[in-house]
Design a protein around this ligand. Structure first.
Ligand code: SAM
Length: 455
């Protein structure tokens, strides 16, 4: 049967799944793991959320536990594109103590579908139904895709959001990527922009439109400007956007394989949301939407199922000084691979120059629980073993210290993220009282190690 003939069945099945999820009592359980950001900014009061888990159960959680149905002003999603590809990431480690470390390839996420397009469309349709419930009446949604699936998803969107709420098809044109001798070079993605109702919020923004030949027109009543290219007028932004992909040397580059540029999201945020509005990305990857939203004074929610996405986005948002709650999908028992072991020297002594106490913590070691569970090929095991023996902190993506752990939620007083110079291993703090201390280490594969110390 052709795919077009299967579409009604795909919609029926997706609607049944949606109804099942909405009716179930325990389909969205998430646990608050960490309140991230400067403690002086009281993360408890921030409504920003970074979550790791399947967005299906997460969206249900947002409705049933957080009461967010009808509250989100803007949803941007950049789901897998149906490329039939396993995406990986490259880890480049450098150590004075371990020679010749190869570039390590690790799995990021998979965009492969057993039953092909049918499977893919069912995955997306049920999620789009939940997104519609979460959207405010004046809200809008952007679905970022490319030639692989956009034409079928447009039909699903018409069905779920209504043809009359289709606002724009935005073409994002870029220069990077490959070419082929068999077809024109594929150099654009498509963003489908739908509103929930006709009361949607939208502020047109302006852009430069260069005059023909870059020469002045001198029409009466038309303001013209000039820059180094030539003469232009200002017009309402059009639906074809020429923007560069994130470059290799760009400051915003996280290394996450399908990272999108913040400039793209900024355009969406500035037209479809205002200061303080709640914006969400349910296929958050490296946290591009969250980072742009945070910088622009929006409240945000970002969710991704992958561990690598969790490390990239958490590191990025801590680095940006964001304040947020970190949630994890509740599971009966923590996965084995999450139990890395942490070693640290901890001392608490009177401070020599004040009447307070000096807490010193030096991170001295880290071991992932088991090599077999790492998302890498076993050909890398010998080099990982050498690193574990000689320079284990190379495996640490970031670590944090909570000096007054309440036994439940991690509220780090300090974070240390790995950069091109390595990672800082010493934490020092002066204060009147400390303890218990929680040290949390996240390794480059996304595994977590915890050290809980009474002092
Ligand atoms: C194209 S990437 C998003 C990239 C992101 N826009 C960025 O700039 O980094 C798609 C993401 O969807 C995530 N994903 C796939 N299925 C998911 C699901 N069911 N729930 C949450 N995230 C999912 C993948 O792990 C992947 O990170």
């Amino acid at each position: 049967m052709s795919l077009i003939m299967k579409l009604p069945g795909i919609m029926d099945e997706s609607r049944k799944s949606y109804e099942g999820i909405m009716a179930a009592e325990d389909s969205g359980r998430y646990i608050l793991k960490e309140l991230a950001g400067k403690s002086s900014e009281t993360p408890e009061r921030s409504s920003n959320i970074l979550a790791r888990g399947d967005n299906l159960s997460f969206m249900k959680f947002l409705m049933s536990d957080k009461g967010l149905d009808g509250k989100i002003k803007l949803i941007y999603i950049d789901p897998p594109f149906f490329t039939k590809t396993q995406y990986g990431s490259e880890i480049k480690l450098r150590s004075d103590k371990v020679q010749t470390i190869p570039v390590i390839k690790q799995k990021a996420y998979s965009d492969t579908w057993e039953q092909g397009m049918e499977d893919y469309l069912k995955m997306l349709a049920v999620r789009l139904m939940l997104m519609k419930d979460l959207l405010a009446d004046d809200g809008s949604i952007f679905v970022h895709l490319d030639w692989h699936a956009v034409h079928y998803v447009k039909i699903l969107m018409d069905e779920i959001f209504g043809e009359k709420n289709f606002i724009n098809e935005i073409i994002w044109h870029y220069k990077s990527g490959g070419v082929s001798k068999r077809h024109f070079a594929r150099k654009h993605d498509t963003l489908l922009f739908y509103s929930k109702t006709d009361k949607y919020y939208f502020v047109p923004r302006q852009e430069k439109s260069y005059n023909r030949g870059y020469k002045p027109y001198r029409f009466k009543g038309v303001r013209e400007y000039r820059d180094e290219l030539g003469w232009y007028t200002m017009v309402n932004r059009k639906d074809v956007w020429q923007l560069d992909m994130v470059g290799r040397t760009s400051a915003e580059r996280t290394g996450y394989v399908t990272q999108k540029p913040e400039t793209l999201i900024e355009r969406i945020l500035e037209s479809c949301s205002e200061d303080g509005d709640l914006c969400a990305d349910f296929f958050g990857g490296s946290g591009t939407m969250a980072a742009a939203a945070d910088r622009m004074g929006r409240r945000w929610i970002s969710c991704d199922i992958g561990k690598l996405a969790a490390i990239s986005s958490h590191k990025r948002l801590i680095g940006a000084g964001a304040v947020y709650s970190l949630y994890d999908e509740a599971c009966e028992k923590p996965a084995e691979e999450e139990k890395g072991s942490v070693e640290a020297d901890i001392s608490l002594k009177p401070d020599p120059i004040s009447d307070k106490l000096l807490l010193k913590i030096e991170l001295t070691g880290y071991r992932p629980h088991s090599l077999d569970l790492l998302p890498i090929d076993e050909k890398y095991f010998p080099v990982i073993k050498r690193i574990m023996a000689k320079d284990p902190l190379q495996l640490v993506a970031y670590w944090s210290v909570d000096c007054h752990f309440d036994g439940n939620i991690n509220r780090p007083d300090a974070y240390f993220c790995k950069d091109s110079d390595g990672i800082k291993a010493l934490y020092e703090s002066i204060g009147s009282s400390f303890g218990p201390v929680l040290i949390k280490v996240v390794d480059i594969f996304g595994n977590v190690g915890i050290l809980n110390a009474e002092i």
